[in-house]
Design a binder for this molecule. Structure first.
Ligand SMILES: [Ca+2]
Ligand SMILES: [Ca+2]
Length: 452
């Protein structure tokens, strides 16, 4: 994958500029510190925004939010981490969308010393009619050297000023050294062959509201050593992933409110390092009430686990009726402790593609395990631990804090911009034909085509 570039790198990122706070000599001597950036993009009249594909890097590192939802961050450490731009995807509001970036300039080799600082980004906004616009980092972005308490969605922009263009991409101290890191070649099509499963039959039509659990123990083949696993998974309606008893990740918050986008429509792609010879995967899955009418709604869990071995080979394990399941889950901790013998085989509901979910899933790489609260204190903490802690690759041997919210209770809400209407309804049946869901495969197809 290294060295490959996609169309964003060549035609779009290359038209972007390195931006930062106004400084006399940004290209060479910007002071270390954090800068808040915001870019509000209003959809042109007659269009409805569906999704964004975002290529971004910051010298030295970044965290990106879209409409207040954490989307991604610098995924490598070291003085040259800026050379690896990330490509991240996000569902958009139809009308107005707010892109927020916390950029941090640092000097890993000489802490405290001034050094080059810049944000470089290209955002391809795809509309429901298939057309697109590209926003690049330029002087239309706003920047502030003090981080507002309500960042990433600051209500008061009075301390923000237009960003300063340090250099067009290709010039300055950065030259043409930025390489776009491809999304892992493991997209929603890789769910083909996986089964939607649930503890009860007929769940694709209707299942009880509540929380259930799934478990799969995966021994590594005796002649292999597993090095990592990439889990591609989604649940109608939401889930928490544990590996070997440790919380690994979850989709962004979705409280099933009429203003929330459908969380299940974006499969989450979460990579974790593996060290054990046998690994236990646990999914705590919660089904919401239908938004129209009351009570039961469609429910399902589908996933594919891509194992990578130290010899470079790999294998894929899918959700099917060999997973163990229970509909009697009072808490994640309780389910993690239940012996296999007290669990029953999951019930296969049908293969990827069945109604009501279809084959229209997108994929998101969300920093869900590192759910970043939208408050200043948390951002301060995230700065101090930003690199290399803010990566989507979490060693499963590293204890992670359990989510502070018990299963089934609301997670902390993330504010939405008051001027940005979100799509209404979020249950599977209501969202089956949602425009944002329909368009994502085209984006990934475009990425894939540019790869080969
Ligand atoms: Ca720097
Ligand atoms: Ca549901």
């Amino acid at each position: 994958m290294i060295g490959r570039r996609d169309a964003l790198a060549d035609s779009e990122l290359s038209s972007a500029s390195w931006i930062w706070l106004p400084e006399p000599d940004l290209v060479n001597n910007a002071p270390p510190g954090a800068v808040a950036f915001t870019k509000t993009f209003a959809t042109p009249a007659g269009k409805t925004a569906a999704t964004a594909l975002i290529a971004i890097t910051v010298d030295n590192n970044f965290t990106l939010w879209v409409n207040g939802q954490p989307i991604g961050a610098t995924s490598s450490s070291g003085a040259e981490a800026w050379q690896n731009a990330q490509v991240l995807s996000a569902a958009l509001n139809g009308s107005t969308n707010v892109f927020s970036v916390l950029g941090v300039n640092s000097n890993p080799e000489t802490p405290g010393a001034a050094n080059p600082a810049g944000l470089l980004a290209a955002i391809r906004v795809v509309y429901t009619d298939g057309s697109n616009d590209t926003i690049v980092s330029d002087a239309s972005w706003l920047a502030s050297g003090s981080i507002p308490p309500d960042f990433p969605l600051p209500a008061d922009l009075s301390q923000f000023a237009p960003a300063e263009v340090a250099a067009k991409y290709g010039s300055g101290s950065w030259g043409t050294a930025v390489t776009v890191q491809q999304p892992q070649n493991f997209d929603a099509q890789n769910l083909t062959g996986s089964q939607w499963i649930w503890p009860t039959a007929n769940a694709a039509a209707n299942a009880a509201v509540g929380t259930v659990g799934f478990r799969k123990t995966v021994p590594t083949p005796s002649d292999k050593t597993a090095s990592s696993v990439t889990v591609l998974a989604t649940v109608d309606n939401t889930f928490q992933l544990y590996i070997n008893g440790q919380f690994i990740g979850a989709p962004p918050h979705d409280d099933n409110a009429p203003t929330e986008a459908a969380g299940w429509a974006h499969a989450q792609r979460i990579t974790a390092d593996l060290t054990a010879a046998s690994n236990v995967f646990t999914v705590i899955a919660t089904n919401f009430a239908a938004q129209q009418g009351t009570g039961d709604s469609s429910a399902g869990f589908i996933g594919a686990l891509l194992f990578t071995y130290t010899d470079g080979s790999g294998s894929v394990l899918r959700t099917d009726a060999t997973w163990l399941a229970s509909a009697d889950v009072t808490s994640a901790a309780a389910f993690l402790a239940v012996p296999d013998a007290q669990l029953a085989p999951a019930v296969g509901q049908g293969a990827y593609g069945i109604a009501p979910w279809g084959m229209q899933l997108g994929v998101a790489d969300v920093l869900s395990a590192l759910r970043l609260p939208a408050n200043n204190a948390a951002i301060g903490a995230s700065i101090s631990s930003m690199s290399p802690a803010l990566t989507s690759s979490l060693p499963s041997s590293t204890p992670l804090p359990l989510p502070s919210n018990p299963v089934g209770s609301p997670l902390p809400s993330v504010p939405s911009p008051s001027d940005s209407p979100l799509p209404t309804t979020s249950d599977a049946r209501a969202h089956y034909n949602d425009r944002a869901v329909l368009i994502l495969p085209f984006i990934w197809a475009a990425v894939a085509i540019s790869l080969f």
